[in-house]
Ligand binder design. Structure first.
Ligand code: ATP
Ligand code: MG
Length: 1054
């Protein structure tokens, strides 16, 4: 029984550590958003709003981002004395020493590492290579201190290592073939403990090193076999340290828990947002619950009334109960990335740490009276072991923490003896493995988690050997998609080859192989769906190369490149500065990250006979918004049922969620359990929905001049291929729905400002729908949104027709056309979406909660002021380059021409006034309004010439200008359409096709260029001619008489 001195209040200590940029972050030109101005403050800056900074104060802030160099042993040290760089030693000095001090005093101590995947948790806790982390340093220093101690004391150290994945506990030190599932039990005195967990007595640091190596190996094998990412599991190392003061009949005991938590961001990305199935299950339960417990404790510490702390709701929180609000001194290290791209995650980590900082613990020194306790414990042991023979006693003790640590000296000696025997066997095995590595070519595993890379080694000895799932193989390999006899390796005459068996998947250097292939030193081999290995050749082939270069990313990038996925394909280099567009880079990274996951999901589906094919796609790869700018790209997964041809589109989050659930199901299948699930619980199934097939852009500019538009436009899919053609009419009309005539066309959109505008959108027909060609039973619907209306207008579904007649028209009315609306018409396109319907799916319908209609029943638009047009902040991409600039220039010139026209009108008025002065005085009182005057100038002049004959109809040079502009806008419309297609016209993957592609590309470019030039030239000459004729007509009306006496310029042109 622990004697209980009065507990002091210990708040949780919190440290933040920021790591250097990763290679990926460097490649993408990331910016650092973290700064640390003192030893305790961490400031984070919002990359989207740099003015917005938030400063957090913690017990310690470690800057490990820069200001370091590598010493001769590969250890990172400060580059110069002024550098604020915090090395592994510094971290250990502050945090590790604190833990050791607590342990020596008899307090329990806990260190938790929290942060998103790749933020540096394992680096701080375990370390890499020469840069040893806190755990090895704590262990090493503990034994060094023990060795230095003198006096009548004995020290007992035991070590255990476990992993929590999906709420299951794996003993990382147990080498049984089929790991049992360990349970957490509760003891009145001891609290929660893991029943049956192996806890190994250690005498020196070397033994702990070996145990950690062994634990990592088991973790790696498990992660490879189950295809579970290690970043989703929590690793808990527990060191029990007992000091026995023989002369004082006293023991002091400390339990040191070192916890490397699962990557925190998974909580969100695996969220079941938008998925009908529950969240990717218990994978995150422990982490989520840890957050809840921490928040509840923080609230309690702040004086809020908290009724219940849900420790019992997850495995992790049960085990960490003493560390959180209990009998332990606890430290949290929040690992953060410096990169702007991780801003959200980092901020959330810092907030989490801020809550944890408030937690108050009540740590006490754990002392007990030696003899009495030992006696009591031994009795318990005997009782627990029942009739077991005495010889088995130590093992029994070892295996059961619940019986406490107060075993007598004899038992301890016995345990040590047993552990020593195990060491010896292991030393032999390790020495043998080292020797084989020196001698034979071999495969080294490459894991997503750098901690688990290079842990498994498979030797290719002389002759031929098989590799596969069956235990009888010389190289027994487990992993998704690996068959019983998967491939064979030969090592003959100094050459190593690999041959896949029948249809087994083997990829060498990114290329799938089907025949015998020779391996070269450092070749990358992928077996099954995603088990990656680096081939290490014969000793004679090896040099001093850096193997770290060949990490998991390297394998995936190589595979992506072979599959034709690259940054260029995604259109990344869109900034003029040659830097990759960060959003495209993020998509590319997602793509590469999801590639192996999709391969795994396909493999699981295949083994479970689901008949599905999953493919990665990039949403909006070649799509533009209504202004022609590229849309935000994102990765999605297209799922096709190969039998029924049903199609689903899953978002990245949904796919990740489903993948967790698939893994659970697959695991049951592997373990021979019933893997049948009801359809509604099947992660491979969903009710069918309408699928977005593509979008068509219809530029609305003619409408801004009251011109009718009749177009055939293409529906382009997300990757820019033609899905169908749309025949559409956009017709300006009267309130009664009568189409406007040529007479109503305006030269200046300003003339429409504040007026009522009516127009009809008529979807006439759809032609050559690919979706229907692929599945005759399918159907389609179309949908579009107009200006400021939030609802989408859908056409009625049409089934089983490749070229359906639609004939659906909606009339819209702007009662009081605003400048914003007119601007919108000038610069935006109407986007019509094509939706694919499949048997059993619900049709799309328009919910119109806020739709207003006119008294005639037309839909009202432009009802509220739009403060800012969408996407105004976007800059043009480099694809907009020359042609787009040309287009822009043309629009500017049109504006100038309009100004010229305005100036001409004004001049007109002046001339008229001048003429009036010469002519009859009463005519000087004609309307003063400039516009009115302009329209009537010609008539007045004509009237003068005809000696007060009645005014002729309103045909004028303005009309000619209108016609010229009309032709111009129509050409512009065509040019815009072609230009948009051109931007998304991607080169073929096949190199041989490149030449015709380049040829076609340049033809298209020339075509668009010529079209633009022609239109402009024509407009210029038309306007110049009209202006000239107008001027001549005004100045010398008598020289331009016509048969009826009208000036020539007023003649209608065909
Ligand atoms: N302080 C640091 N100095 C140098 N490199 C670091 C540092 N912290 C992390 N790294 C590197 O960053 C990478 C990711 O670190 P680490 O594996 O520790 O992340 P993690 O938080 O444990 O991720 P996961 O949740 O996936 O386990 C590793 O390659 C590691 O070497
Ligand atoms: Mg890690």
């Amino acid at each position: 029984m622990p004697t209980t001195p009065l507990p002091g209040i210990d708040t949780v200590r919190v440290a933040v550590r920021v790591r250097p940029f990763s290679q990926r972050e460097k490649n993408s030109g990331s910016k650092c958003v973290i700064s640390m101005h003192s030893r305790t403050t961490t400031t984070i800056q919002d990359p989207k709003n740099p003015e917005h900074r938030k400063t957090f104060t913690f017990d310690l802030a470690y800057w490990s981002h820069d200001g370091f160099q590598k010493d001769k042993d590969g250890v990172f040290i400060s580059a110069d004395p002024s550098s604020q760089f915090a090395s592994q030693k510094d971290i250990f000095h502050d945090l590790g020493r604190g833990i050791l001090d607590s342990a020596w005093q008899g307090y329990n101590a806990t260190l938790l590492a929290y942060g998103q995947t790749g933020s540096g948790k394992s680096y701080s806790m375990v370390g890499f290579g020469a840069n040893k982390g806190i755990i090895p340093n704590v262990c090493e220093e503990l034994f060094q201190a023990i060795e230095k101690r003198e006096g009548n004391q004995e020290y007992q150290v035991t070590f255990s290592m476990l992993e929590i994945y999906n709420e299951q506990i794996r003993d990382l030190l147990s080498r049984t073939k089929k790991p049992e599932r360990l349970k957490v039990r509760e003891d009145q005195q001891l609290g929660f403990y893991v029943d049956g967990l192996k806890s190994v007595p250690c005498e020196n640091y070397a033994q702990i090193e070996r145990l950690m190596e062994q634990g990592t190996k088991i973790r790696t094998t498990a992660s490879t076999n189950m295809n579970a990412s290690s970043s989703r599991s929590h690793m808990v190392i527990t060191i029990q340290f007992k000091q026995v003061f023989l002369d004082r009949d006293l023991t002091k005991q400390s339990s040191i828990n070192l916890v490397d938590l699962a990557g925190s961001e998974r909580q969100k990305s695996s969220g079941s947002e938008g998925d009908r199935l529950r969240e990717g299950s218990r994978v995150n339960l422990s982490l989520t619950n840890l957050g809840i417990v921490i928040s509840a404790l923080a609230d309690a510490a702040m004086g809020k009334k908290v009724l219940h702390i849900p420790y019992r709701d997850s495995v992790l929180t049960k085990l960490l109960q003493p560390a959180l609000g209990g009998n332990s001194r606890t430290t949290l290290i929040a690992a953060i990335s410096p990169a702007d791209i991780c801003y959200e995650e980092t901020l959330s980590t810092l907030r989490y740490a801020e809550r944890a900082k408030k937690i108050q613990n009540k740590a006490v020194v754990n002392t007990s009276m030696l003899m009495r306790e030992a006696e009591a414990e031994n009795n318990k042991v005997l009782l627990a072991c029942g009739n077991s023979r005495m010889a088995e006693l130590p093992a029994c003790l070892l295996a059961d923490q619940s019986l406490g640590w107060q075993t007598g000296q004899v038992t301890w000696a016995h345990q040590l003896e047993q552990a020593r025997e195990e060491w010896q066997q292991q030393y032999l095995a390790i020495a043998q493995e080292r020797q084989m590595m020196e001698t034979f070519p071999h495969l080294l595993n490459v894991n997503e988690d750098p901690q688990l890379t290079g842990v498994l080694k498979y030797f290719i000895q002389a002759g031929s050997c098989d590799a596969g799932r069956a235990a009888s193989n010389a190289i027994p390999l487990l992993g998704l998609g690996i068959t019983d006899k998967h491939a064979s390796f030969t090592n003959v005459d100094g050459k190593v080859t690999v041959t896949p068996h029948s249809k087994c998947k083997v990829v060498v250097n990114g290329v799938p192989i089907t025949t015998t292939t020779k391996l070269q030193h450092l070749d990358r081999v992928i077996l099954g769906s995603s088990s990656a290995y680096l081939y290490i050749g014969f000793p004679s082939e090896r040099g001093s190369e850096d193997l770290n270069r060949f990490d998991y990313d390297f394998f995936q990038l190589e595979r992506a490149a072979v599959e034709g996925v690259s940054m260029d394909k995604l259109g990344a280099m869109s900034h003029g500065d040659g830097m990759a567009d960060p959003s495209v880079l993020a998509v590319f990274q997602d793509y590469v990250k999801l590639m192996p996951l999709v391969a795994e999901a396909n493999q699981m589906g295949e083994e479970l006979e689901k008949g599905l094919r999953m493919e990665l796609k990039v949403k909006n790869l070649a799509s533009s918004d209504s202004r022609g700018y590229d849309l935000q790209k994102e990765v999605m997964v297209k799922v096709t049922n190969q039998r029924t041809q049903e199609v689903w589109i899953w978002s990245k989050a949904k796919f990740i969620n489903r993948k967790f659930l698939m893994e659970e199901l697959y695991q049951r299948f592997l373990e021979g359990e019933d893997s049948h699930v009801a359809q509604e619980d099947d992660p491979f199934w969903d009710p069918v929905e309408a699928v977005h097939l593509g979008s068509a852009h219809v530029w609305l500019q003619p409408l801004a001049y009251c011109m009718k538009l009749e177009e055939q436009v293409e529906f382009l899919s997300c990757d820019g291929t033609e899905e169908a053609m749309l025949h559409i009419h956009v017709t300006p009309c009267s309130p009664a729905g009568q189409a406007c005539s040529e007479e109503d066309v305006v030269i200046d959109t300003a003339e429409l400002l504040g007026k009522r505008m009516d127009f009809q959108i008529g979807l006439v027909r759809c032609l050559g729908i690919k979706w229907l060609k692929e599945g005759a039973e399918r159907g389609i619907q179309m949908g579009y949104r107009m200006y400021d209306l939030s609802s989408t207008f859908y056409t009625k579904p049409v089934w089983k027709t490749v070229n359906p007649q639609i004939e659906e028209t909606v009339q819209f009315t702007a009662l009081n056309a605003s400048q914003d609306f007119l601007n919108y018409l000038q610069t935006n396109a109407l986007i019509v979406d094509l939706w694919g319907l499949q048997e059993g799916c619900a049709q799309l319908s328009c919910s119109q909660p806020d739709l207003m209609v006119t008294s005639e029943g037309h839909v009202m638009v432009d009802t509220k002021k739009i403060s800012a047009l969408v996407d105004t902040g976007q800059t043009t991409s480099d694809q907009t380059s020359e042609l787009y600039m040309k287009l822009f220039k043309l629009e500017q010139e049109t504006e100038q021409l309009r100004n010229v026209n305005r100036a001409l009108r004004e001049e007109n008025v002046l001339l008229r006034q001048a003429l009036e002065k010469i002519g009859s005085p009463q005519q000087a009182h004609e309307p003063s309004d400039a516009l009115k005057v302009t329209q009537r100038t010609a008539h007045l002049l004509a009237a003068r010439a005809k000696n007060d004959r009645p005014a002729p109809p309103a045909a004028s040079s303005d009309r000619e200008l209108t016609d010229a502009l009309k032709i111009f806008y129509q050409s512009m419309n065509t040019a815009r359409g072609r230009f948009l297609r051109l931007r998304h016209y991607k080169p073929p993957e096949d190199d041989r096709m490149l030449r015709p592609f380049v040829y076609q590309q340049s033809q298209r470019l020339r075509d668009v260029g010529e079209l633009l030039d022609r239109s402009l030239q024509r407009l210029r000459s038309d306007v110049a001619r009209i202006a000239k004729e107008k001027r001549a007509c005004l100045l010398h009306p008598q020289q331009h008489p016509q048969a009826d006496g009208l000036p020539q310029v007023c003649e209608e042109r065909a």
